[in-house]
Design a protein around this ligand. Sequence first.
Ligand code: IPM
Ligand code: MG
Length: 364
Amino acid sequence: MKIAILAGDGIGPEVTDEAVNVLTAVAKHRGQTFEYVPLLIGGVAITAHGTPLPEETLQKTLQCDAALLGAVGDNKFNHLPPNERPEAGLLQIRAALGGFANLRPAVAYKALADNSPLRPEITDSVDILFVRELLGGLYFGEPRQWDKATGRAHNTMVYTREEVDRVARIAFDLASRRTKKKITSVDKANVLETSQLWRAVVTEVAKDFPSVTLEHQLVDSMAIHLMTRPRDFDVVLTENLFGDILSDESGVITGSLGMLPSATLGGKVNLYEPVHGSAPDIAGTGKANPIGAILTAALVLRHSGSLEREAAIVEDAVVKTLEAGYRTADIARGGVAGQQTVSTRQMGELILDRVHAELGAAAS
Ligand code: IPM
Ligand code: MG
């Protein structure tokens, strides 16, 4: 595999290093090499080339089998309009690569049950797969403008039947291969035409997947249900902005936003990125949690490398490392016996050791 490495801003490079180490361990164990192509995106690209997505980054990424992104965002560009900020580089590369189905698994690990502000019996065995539509809706709809002279700004929410159909099919296919086989489609059909279209198309697609149960939820009540009864959900399918918001909310269930990985499928090159942002306040301090990025590496192995066994080994190594009591700052709780706070690098190394051990054990 040839993998574009888009480490980006803030904690992006630190967490991506740990993810790459895990990928390298897997490749080495298989007697292969993964080729990494480091490329600039986001604020670092603005600083070096005056644009958040340099042409070279895009062209070289298009020649790779997968792209692994760290994070983008830097407060020093807060004065710029949305289309010139570091985040624009991410949105542009998402559009150019074409992946429209953003998978964001949120799994509540037992070892972190006390990290969630939710009671352990509420988060117990939660295993939700968010499928977020990534190329439509308010993020990309035209026209869009902030007219400073008139003091009026507008964005446009657009969806087409095709855009809803294609992401729904991926979600139903994934749901049909899970234990609960249930889809919760989230919209705002009591107010928005785009949501009425969404609901109609999803209901239509469901007919092709008789093994999957479909329910619809309005996004406002879904925000509550996710916190009060997250165990009732399996695959949660939703449009771009609702998926952005609800997937951050799911960080409450897992104990930290730093735990969440994502994979974007359906385009020319799959794009992999942890859900968390660039966290400039802790960049370079060793406090960043690399687990979101490492679990993202597992998704690279699963969805781009067809290495399901290796992906499961990486995920298992994360669980075992947490069970052994190791915590980065975001998931550390002071004074708990048997727990030890470690740095980004140490957490990466601890997980890596287990990956090596488990790969070795699995081979013999
Ligand atoms: C995410 C992020 C991005 C988004 C930002 C950085 C553009 O919040 O991946 O969830 O809104 O999609
Ligand atoms: Mg987000």
